[in-house]
Design a protein around this ligand. Structure first.
Ligand code: URA
Length: 244
């Protein structure tokens, strides 16, 4: 159960102040009946709330998968650059999703966005060992020594220690890198530390999710099964939470 005014403001229907006027004017109905008292309790699972005869969907748990194009910064707000949020439709913005971790402005690829803070935190945390796969183009050619150094855990230029990672050389100037953490510019710095500065970087996989069938700029909502897979990987027990 939840207060009607809280439900409406969390759903992005109107601000708390605007709502007062809308309620007074009889614009809000619960199950087809006008309700003017914002403190009235509603059951968000069974009651239908409408504003000016349009059903207002409550805030629900949302996980989006974006194929991030180059040229956008991964943040909710930026004074200079366009953010990935500008690629979202109003529908998703209203659900208050935010990016999970970061991709550099010039990096392309798989970016998750969610309004579930616990899930976001665990997807990033090295504790849950969620693998992230990157396709990298770089100077030089990676060899067995480089793969071994990645496996052992690299030490970056600033002295920070990386967890063991995987480097698969794909031929001259191309490699696949798999990491379970997300330090600042991590993959670029890892390859640079082996004398192979990166010229192109794309994240292709996070956990069991890939970009299959998607093009840069595309966004889709994960299916309940995909969200359940993420929950399981992150040790989240979701008996009482909704995925849909
Ligand atoms: N590592 C990087 O260096 N950049 C990214 O955008 C992601 C991982």
């Amino acid at each position: 159960m939840q207060r009607l005014d809280k439900y409406l403001s969390e759903a992005g229907a109107a601000s708390r102040r605007e709502l007062k006027a809308l309620l007074r004017a009889g614009a809000v109905c619960v199950n087809g009946r006008v309700v003017t008292d914002g403190s009235a309790k509603i059951d968000e699972n069974t009651d239908t709330v409408s504003l000016h005869d349009e059903v207002v969907e409550g805030r629900r748990r949302v996980v989006l998968l974006m194929y991030k194009p180059a040229g956008y910064v991964t943040s909710t707000d930026d004074p200079r650059d366009e953010t990935v949020m500008t690629l979202l439709s109003e529908r998703w913005k209203k659900q208050a999703v935010a990016p999970v971790g970061r991709l550099d402005k010039v990096t392309e690829g798989l970016l998750l966005l969610t309004n579930d803070g616990v899930l976001a935190h665990r997807l990033i945390s090295p504790k849950y060992r969620i693998e992230k796969d990157y396709y990298a183009e770089h100077e030089g050619e990676a060899g067995p020594d480089d793969a071994e150094a990645f496996r052992d855990g690299l030490v970056l230029g600033d002295g920070s220690q990386c967890l063991p990672a995987k480097l698969d050389p794909l031929g001259p100037g191309r490699s696949r890198v798999t990491v379970v953490e997300g330090k600042y510019h991590q993959v670029r710095r890892m390859l640079a530390s082996r004398g192979m500065p990166v010229t192109y970087l794309r994240r292709d996989r996070e956990g069991s999710l890939t970009l299959e069938g998607m093009r840069p700029g595309e966004i889709r909502e994960l299916t309940p099964e995909e969200v359940a897979g993420l929950d399981e990987a992150c040790g989240i027990l979701n008996a009482g939470r909704e995925n849909t």
